[in-house]
Design a protein around this ligand. Structure first.
Ligand code: NAD
Length: 488
């Protein structure tokens, strides 16, 4: 039997209702069945959450040293693993994502906290000796209260990728989830309190973006804004944060290329290319949604790719052998299907999927569009669904030109049996990350982030801690010489 629950706001160590009493019903995207009720934060709740975070910074959390923060992050990783089954079920039901994927993501969340628990040791300043009379050194200090805004596609991982470096740096956080997907981030906040994080260090609220989200970004009590979401919203957030020169990092959209040269090992390249677009039903920022294939290989590749993609097991996210579940909502499915319809009307050939299935749930099948020109909307815009475009290229220079001919630059994968060529291509692609002969993207320690309109700032690495720190230079008169600048 399906159980539903109420998701409140987690502010100052307590689960509370929204001040306005505003709530929304949530449904499970894969079944259409009720999932629960979420309280939606308004400005008054943002004020409360920011005040709690600031009080934590001025109080217990601000006094918590690095060793203790590291211990707490490890304890939170332990708590995540101890509550793995519950987190997996919450995420799978809330997002419609297969438990086989979510299990790995929950493990990744624990690993992320462990990575930053250790990375705290990298926080350090420098000292410079500028002659006998002056000692200078730098201090790294928490930037202040961090507002973190995350999307619905990986509600747990996106929250954890943001929380962990901020907490490592000593910042308190107000994390805003997408209103559709509050479940796991709220549970993380509860677990954090249980393992000993002081009240106010982690506050989690679900709220609509325009309105309450904007209010949070502009809030005078917020010092730093970290955002993951679409490029369109990133532009808006950057403008709002500019009003008071808030520190900003942006993890935005992608239209990542997957380049397959004729000399590639196709036994690896084909199943990996299929995984790289269809994992999470295509709702990944780094989904390799443009497969660029050397012309001589094109027809054979498309046939084999379609054969492999047709075997993906899509269905009930709670079944152990399901590989992909549904999209996040019926509204998002309409949007995805609109891209496919327009692509097909514009001359692309739909060689797999592309039809709205009957039955309940926001399912959309793995879809392949062939004979796509890179200038088409379907090759330029982020569809954020299980839809791949397969585009032919003539030679290496043409492949690089097409790969870079897009406003995004998040990830790229290169498949080639020639190591020199693979390295050459990797160095010429304008993206924050490049994989060579492997499809995987996210490892703690490897900076994750974009070039161009995919954003700026890096997550998952020590670079992310820096984004939550200010550098203060201290200049000390060592007393070896009298100081009298005007000679008075
Ligand atoms: P979105 O931009 O619509 O929303 C993201 C978040 O921003 C949500 O919490 C939303 O409520 C909030 N928001 C919207 N308008 C706002 C405003 N004016 N002020 C403050 N907050 C606001 O994105 P989405 O559709 O939820 O997520 C999908 C997008 O996220 C895709 O573009 C995807 O590529 C991107 N993404 C990027 C990464 C990355 O690491 N680069 C990771 C995951 C997702």
């Amino acid at each position: 039997m399906t159980t539903t629950r109420t998701f409140g706001l987690f502010i100052n160590g307590e689960t509370v209702d929204a001040a306005s009493g505003d709530t929304r019903q949530l449904v499970e995207p894969a079944s259409g069945q009720p999932f629960g009720t979420v309280h939606l934060a308004g400005p008054e709740d943002v004020d409360r959450a920011v005040a709690a975070a600031r009080a934590a910074l001025d109080g217990a959390w601000g006094r918590t040293g690095g060793t203790e923060r590291s211990r707490l992050l490890h304890a939170l990783a332990d708590a995540i693993l101890a509550n793995r089954a519950e987190l997996v079920e919450l995420e799978a039901r809330n997002v419609g994502k297969a438990v086989s994927s979510v299990k790995a993501e929950v493990g990744g969340a624990a690993e992320c906290f462990r990575f930053y628990a250790s990375a705290i040791g990298t926080i350090s300043g420098r000292s410079n000796a500028l002659g006998a009379s002056l000692l200078t050194y730098t201090l790294k200090e928490p930037v202040g209260v961090a507002a973190q805004i995350v999307p619905w596609n990986y509600p747990l991982l996106m929250a954890v990728w943001k929380l962990a470096p901020a907490l490592a740096a000593g910042c308190p956080v107000v994390l805003k989830t997408d209103p559709q997907t509050p479940a796991t981030a709220l549970r993380i906040a509860e677990l954090a309190l249980e393992v000993g994080f002081p009240a106010g260090a982690i506050n989690v609220i679900a709220a609509d973006g325009p309105g309450t989200g904007s209010y949070l970004v502009r809030h005078p009590g917020v010092d730093k804004v970290a955002f993951t979401g679409s490029t369109r919203t990133g532009i808006e957030i950057m403008k709002l944060a500019a009003e008071s020169i808030k520190r900003v990092t942006l993890e935005l959209g992608g239209k990542s290329p997957n380049l397959v040269f004729a000399d590639a090992n196709l036994a690896d390249a084909i199943p990996s290319s299929v995984w790289a677009i269809y994992y999470a039903c295509g709702q990944s920022c780094e989904a390799r949604s443009r497969v660029l294939v050397e012309q001589s290989l094109y027809d054979d590749f498309v046939a084999r790719f379609v054969e492999a993609a047709a075997k993906i097991k899509q269905g009930d996210p709670l079944e152990a052998d399901t590989q992909i579940g549904s999209l996040i909502s019926l509204a998002h499915r309409e949007r995805v299907h609109g891209f496919v319809d327009r692509g097909s009307a514009g001359g692309a050939e739909v060689v797999l999927g592309g039809k709205l299935p009957d039955g309940p749930g926001a399912f959309y099948p793995p879809t392949v569009l062939a004979q796509v020109d890179n200038a088409m909307e379907i090759a330029q815009e982020e569809v954020f669904g299980p839809v791949v475009t397969v585009i032919p290229f003539a030679d290496e220079a043409d492949a690089i030109r097409i790969a870079n001919d897009v406003r995004y630059g998040l990830f790229a994968t290169v498949w080639s049996g020639d190591p020199a060529r693979a390295l050459r291509v990797a160095s010429r692609i304008k993206s924050g990350m490049v994989g060579i002969n492997m499809p995987y993207t996210a490892f703690p320690g490897i900076p994750f982030g974009g070039y161009k309109q995919s954003g700026f700032g890096r997550e998952l690495s020590v670079d992310a801690i820096d984004a939550y720190l200010e550098t203060k230079g201290i200049l000390v008169n060592t007393g070896n010489r009298p100081i009298n600048p005007f000679g008075l």
